[in-house]
Design a protein around this ligand. Structure first.
Ligand code: NG6
Ligand code: CA
Length: 515
């Protein structure tokens, strides 16, 4: 009897471990998250005016997605959704954050990073953050908390907001790097702090680049920025070496953690404004700083791939490359980006770009390389969004994804790694409003917004009548079919309203009972 019981338990355990071993995997994961890179900005997506051999390597050795999306057409909401698995438009205060915003994600919330941490990953964040830091009235001169640590990152090295916003300092594990306590930092996004020169009053001091819109407050390294800052002289970053500095931090992290499964979120500053590539990249394209910043970004990616090769860990490392929103040409500095664009199409075949309701707002490059599992040189047209990463990586690593988290995060693991061509059946695309993708149909609800973004010239896709496009036949959203297909319009309107009203879109999601 005892023997039978013993062998039943043994067989049970064996089956359990077999199942577990078959379903959960823990490759190293590197997410390279570029800023403002458009679908058409890489040579593997059709660009010819700039060459991106290292990014192309990801496509040649891995999988190129053609219907991958950021969760929003600007940075902060995309980043919020990627970490939490919740569409940002469901929450107030998730728009483009100022440089002194408090952290917009509640400390302790389950995130992509905390999920991987619970799967025994060592987790690190390097680069642009832009999700706010600390609590209201934060003192930049003491410990900075809450921050990435409270969201599941073991280590961090940050550009706190964006390159065009103060404070222009790096933050390493909760402290401004290189700060001299006798020269404390003050930051204001309201009134000027003192009578230090600003870009507005002293344009003669702007020796690197001049603003075309806004960006005319505190001057740092000959560039005026958004917001006011005084002090912290010894801690100020240097724009020209920013890519080198953060890439060095990223490769050091890989070196240090090569033996344990690690998750590295490497969020580049490129190609956001101000575009100040290192002198060794200047003139590498005919497109001026915007093109040269793409070459610099490609170099950064090459450094990561070379490091993996040197450590012989490329095969078991999943490298994902994507962007936080679509492209913008002139985003507020006189960088000759418009004058020198030539025939280059930053959004590829799509209409609009950053800030837009059209596909160019969120349809971004999405490359995934994982030599152990992904067939090289493949392409997928599955509909995928970065908001899916929390559920997807929970599935990959065998972690629980409770019903009350990630209300909009779908497990699309099979589509992400090319095992299936089926991604989502629908997606809410977000810019200044919510639009609905349902298969190849795209609905842009009527609104009274401007046709063009005044500062950037981007076509925003706003119209006082509802628009409907068939992206399979018309990827460039030229032919509005709303009048011909009123039923399709009303079905999609109803669905979008339901997704908005219910507070979730993931099947099985259950809000946590109120305590
Ligand atoms: C806009 C800025 C733009 C950029 C953007 C945020 C002006 C005129 N424009 O308000 O330069 O900083 O915000 O970009 O100030 S994002 O990629 O971080 O969302
Ligand atoms: Ca961005």
């Amino acid at each position: 009897m005892q023997r039978i019981l013993f062998s039943t338990i043994a067989i049970g355990l064996l089956l359990f471990f077999q199942r577990y071993a078959g379903s959960a995997e823990t490759p190293n994961i590197i997410l390279i998250y570029a800023d403002d890179i458009g679908y058409g900005d890489l040579s593997c997506y059709g660009a010819t005016a700039v060459k991106t051999p290292n990014l192309d390597r990801l496509a040649i050795e891995g999988l190129k997605h053609t219907d991958g999306h950021s969760a929003s057409a600007t940075c902060t909401p995309s980043r919020y959704a990627l970490l939490t698995g919740e569409y940002a438009w469901r929450r107030k205060g998730t728009g483009v954050a100022t440089g002194d915003a408090s952290m917009i994600i509640e400390p302790g919330r389950t995130t992509l990073a905390s999920i991987l941490k619970s799967a025994d990953y060592h987790t690190g964040y390097v680069g642009k953050w832009h999700l706010g830091l600390g609590r209201p009235a934060m003192n930049w001169n003491g410990p900075i908390s809450p921050g990435p640590k409270e969201l599941g990152f073991d280590e961090h090295f940050l550009i706190p907001a964006t390159g065009d916003r103060v404070p222009c300092v790096y933050i390493e594990n909760g402290k401004v790097k290189g700060l001299d306590p006798s020269d404390p930092i003050t930051v204001s996004f309201g009134k000027p702090i003192d009578d230090s020169p600003t870009g507005k009053l002293r344009p003669d001091l702007l020796f690197r680049t001049r603003p075309s819109h806004g960006h005319d407050m505190t001057i740092v390294n000959g560039i005026s920025r958004i917001g006011y800052m005084t002090g912290g002289k010894s801690a100020l970053w240097d724009d020209e070496t920013m890519a080198d500095v953060i890439t060095g931090k990223a490769t050091d992290f890989i070196d240090k953690n090569q033996k344990s499964p690690f998750f590295l979120y490497f969020s580049t500053h490129d190609i956001h404004v101000p575009r100040v590539p290192h002198p060794r990249f200047v003139g590498k394209t005919q497109m001026g700083p915007r093109g040269d910043a793409i070459v610099q970004l490609d170099w950064c990616v090459g450094q990561i791939l070379d490091k993996l090769d040197k450590l012989s860990i490329s095969k078991n490392t999943m490298v994902i490359f994507s962007s936080d929103n679509g492209p913008v040409v002139d985003d507020g500095y006189q960088e000759q980006a418009v004058e020198k664009i030539g025939s280059h199409k930053p959004a590829g075949p799509f209409r609009g770009g950053k800030y837009s309701n059209f596909e160019g707002g969120t349809r971004v490059p999405l490359l995934v390389r994982w030599p152990d599992r992904i067939k090289p040189g493949t392409t997928s047209g599955a509909l995928i969004c970065q908001v899916d990463f929390p559920a997807t990586f929970a599935k990959l690593t065998g972690q629980d994804f409770p019903d009350h988290i990630g209300p909009d995060s779908f497990d699309i693991l099979d589509a992400l790694i090319g095992k299936s061509s089926n991604g989502r059946d629908h997606l809410v695309e977000h810019s200044s409003q919510t639009n609905l993708r349902q298969g190849h149909w795209k609905l842009i609800p009527a609104n009274r917004g401007a046709k063009f973004n005044k500062a950037t010239g981007t076509e925003l896709g706003n119209d006082t009548t509802t628009q409907l496009y068939d992206l399979a036949a018309d990827p460039g959203e030229q032919k509005d079919l709303s009048k011909e297909r009123p039923e399709q319009v009303s079905n999609m309107q109803i669905r979008l309203q339901k997704i908005r009203d219910s507070g979730y879109s993931r099947p099985g999601f259950q809000p946590e009972p109120q305590k």
